[in-house]
Design a protein around this ligand. Structure first.
Ligand code: ZN
Length: 113
């Protein structure tokens, strides 16, 4: 499952940060998930629950911020908002839209103690 490997990646990032910054507990994890990243937030939360179990981030609150999707329409020659991959351009209806924003997921911030 896609979300399970994402959850494992997140734990990896947290453990690396803990090593470098020397913190022992994580109270809150803030994630930024793009509207076009194809991440099921509920599934990700579920996977994080099991992946973080027994780790330094066990029981941490998971906050998710959504970044809006955007694409470059070749016909309009401009950036347009899109809410899903392969959505047509909202201005001209063309499908020649290259996703340019909101395609990523990243760990934005950690609240540690
Ligand atoms: Zn267009």
């Amino acid at each position: 499952m896609h979300e399970m490997s994402l959850a494992e990646e997140i734990l990896q990032i947290i453990e690396d940060a803990a090593r470098h910054q020397g913190f022992g507990r994580v109270r809150e994890i803030r994630l930024e998930i793009g509207q076009l990243a194809g991440v099921e937030v509920d599934a990700l939360r579920f996977c994080l629950d099991s992946v973080l179990h027994g780790s330094l981030a066990e029981g941490a609150r998971v906050e998710v911020e959504h970044t809006p999707g955007a694409g470059w329409c070749m016909l309009c020659g401009m950036t347009v908002p899109i809410s899903a991959l392969f959505d047509p351009c909202p201005r001209c209806g063309s499908h020649q839209v290259q996703p340019t924003g909101g395609t990523e997921m990243r760990v934005k911030d950690l609240l540690v103690e």
